[in-house]
Structure formats: structure tokens, C-alpha cells
Design a protein around this ligand. Structure first.
Ligand code: SF4
Ligand code: MG
Length: 328
């Protein structure tokens, strides 16, 4: 499989009054061409900061400290802000949980989509408007010539998210980063939006990096999955293996606490304990205060991410040889 995006040992810190917070701490993963990679974890695990780092949108007091973000072989961390602007929205597009905050309230939704098209594709005003109406129709918005003239607050949440998808796909990006794209929507609308994303990205051969806390969405959408905990990747595998034989105790906890895949709303809250505050990270394995299998070794030494099966990586002492463990 061809790699579109390669994130290597990414580290993003936040410099706060309470000290340095390593929100993303040595994260490595790939997104292949045409696939959907899901990043799963509780809020505060570093999944959103990972995507903002890729877009180079981490704001003060945050800073990318280390690592490479190779997009088609080009290291995004090395690009100028100007070069980065031509990639953002054009080659890599992003949609967020609440479209109301990413849409400008004083312009009509049609003009906003048309503006993006004009900016990136050098279309005339008239061409951009025609293309926008086509796009709005394509994302399933009825009477799209009327909706063109609507303001964001006049549309439902589901319709706004369709507008955001139209805007994101308007430049035919190679990578779509979707951060909790359906979390704010009710279940029926959520299913429609996910279906739409799948259809469109298949048609346009777009790769998706899907950030979610919802394992139902993962089951529905993902080819491969990485599970993040406290700024690190703890498990990485294909979606079938994740649900059939999860190896990391945290992943097992996520799945066990969910009797049915599509009734999952608050599943991540049901593992005992909470995510450690990043300013006070536990020593050893970061999951040990919540782990039912923790040993003295887990408390003292941090496990590394290791491949335990072909394409299946886990960060846990349970899957390492005792001998190896003693040395580290
Ligand atoms: Fe649990 Fe130890 Fe594995 Fe961490 S390393 S997940 S504490 S068994
Ligand atoms: Mg988030």
C-alpha cells in the first residue's frame, strides 16, 4: 500500500503556567492512499492535537517539538507558512465537530464554499457559484440553489455538516481530516453523514484520518485504527483485529464496556478511573493506575510499542519477553 502521510515520532508540547504538557508524545503512524485510519481515545489523549499538528494549526502555547510529518514525502514541519497555506484546504482538508464555529455567520453558506473554490481553483464568480450549487446537491442538500443563499444559523446541524463536507471536498483533497465529525448530530443524521463521507471519499479516492471517541463510528468507517492514551499510541491494527482480538488492556476495556456497538455513546467513560493529568503523568506505563493487569514492572518501566503480530502493534508489558523487559 502506498503511503500518503507518514507521521514519525511526533511530539507536541504545550508550555503552560503549570509546566510543560506533552500532549502528543512520540506518535508514529501512516495513512495509506485511499484508506480510512481512525484515531480513537478519550478526550485529552492527544488525538485532536495530533491532527492540528499535521495541519500546522497548533497555537500558542503549543509547539511541535520533534518529529516528521511527511505528506507525499514532503516534511510539513519544514514548510514555510506560505507553502503550508497552499496545502491546507487544498491537499489536506479538515472538518470539525461543530460546523457553526467554522462557518462565518455573516456570509451565506454558498458564498463561503464558492470563495474556497475561487481561492484554490481560480474560477470566475459565475463558475464558482455554479460549481458550488452542484457540490451542495452532491452532498445531498435539497434545493441547493436556494440553500446557497442561506446563512449558517438558518440550517440544521446536519445540513451545516453537509456544507462543511462540500467545502472540504471542493478542492478534491488527497487527505480529509475529520475530527469528531458527527458527534454533535443525532443518530439518524450521523448515519447519513457517515454514509455520505464514505461514498464521496470512495468516488474521489480521498484518504480519511478520522478522529473519534465512538467505536460505533470506527466499526462503520475505518480500515485501520490507532488507539491513543495519554499522548501515546498504545495499539495499532486493522479494524477487524481491533474488534476480534484487542490486546492492550485499555482497548479491551473500551470494547468490554460496550455491550452493543451502536449503543456506544459514553463508552469511554466506563473504564474505571480517569485519564491522568498530562502535567502529572504516572511513571512507567501511563495506563497502570487504571489497569487490571498492572505489575510492579508496569509501575517502574514504560513499555515500548512493539509489533506482536503482522501489522499489529501494542504498548504493553504483557506481550514482551520477561528477559527483554528486565533489561529496559
Ligand atoms: Fe497494564 Fe502493565 Fe500493560 Fe500497562 S504495561 S497496560 S499497566 S499490563
Ligand atoms: Mg477533540
Amino acid at each position: 500500500k502506498q503511503k500518503l502521510l507518514e507521521v514519525r515520532d511526533l511530539q507536541t508540547h504545550f508550555f503552560t503556567e503549570d509546566g510543560v504538557i506533552p500532549s502528543v508524545d512520540g506518535v508514529t503512524f501512516d495513512v495509506h492512499k485511499g484508506e480510512t485510519l481512525a484515531i480513537v481515545g478519550e478526550s485529552g489523549c492527544g488525538k485532536s492535537v495530533t491532527s492540528l499538528s499535521i495541519m500546522r494549526l497548533v497555537s500558542e502555547p503549543g509547539k511541535i517539538m520533534r518529529g516528521q510529518i511527511l505528506f507525499e514525502g514532503k516534511d510539513l514541519t519544514k514548510l514555510s507558512e506560505r507553502e503550508m497555506r497552499s496545502i491546507r484546504g487544498n491537499e489536506i482538508a479538515m472538518i470539525f465537530q461543530e460546523p457553526l464555529t467554522s462557518l462565518n455567520p455573516v456570509f451565506t453558506v454558498g458564498d463561503q464554499v464558492a470563495e474556497v473554490l475561487r481561492l484554490h481553483q481560480k474560477l470566475s464568480r459565475k463558475q464558482a457559484k455554479e460549481r458550488t450549487i452542484q457540490l451542495l446537491r452532491k452532498v445531498g442538500i435539497p434545493r441547493s440553489d436556494k440553500v446557497y443563499d442561506a446563512y449558517p444559523h438558518e440550517l440544521s446541524g446536519g445540513m451545516r455538516q453537509r456544507v462543511m463536507i462540500a467545502m472540504a471536498l471542493s478542492c478534491n483533497p488527497k487527505l480529509l481530516i475529520a475530527d469528531e465529525p458527527t458527534t454533535a448530530l443525532d443518530v439518524t443524521i450521523q448515519a447519513q453523514i457517515l454514509r455520505l463521507m464514505r461514498e464521496l471519499t470512495e468516488e474521489f479516492h480521498t484518504s480519511i484520518m478520522l478522529i473519534t471517541h465512538d467505536l460505533g463510528v470506527v466499526a462503520e468507517m475505518a480500515d485501520r485504527v490507532i488507539v491513543m492514551y495519554a499522548g501515546q499510541v498504545v495499539e495499532k491494527t486493522d479494524v477487524f483485529t481491533l474488534f476480534k482480538s484487542p490486546k492492550h488492556p485499555y482497548t479491551q476495556g473500551l470494547l468490554n464496556s460496550t455491550p452493543k456497538i451502536h449503543e456506544l455513546k459514553d463508552e469511554l467513560e466506563s473504564i474505571e478511573g480517569t485519564v491522568p493529568p498530562p502535567s502529572n503523568m504516572p511513571k512507567g506505563c501511563r495506563f497502570h493506575p487504571r489497569c487490571p493487569h498492572a505489575t510492579a514492572q508496569c509501575v517502574k518501566h514504560e513499555p515500548a510499542l512493539k509489533e506482536v503480530d503482522l501489522g499489529h502493534e501494542v504498548r504493553c508489558w504483557l506481550y514482551e519477553d520477561a528477559e527483554e523487559a528486565v533489561i529496559s
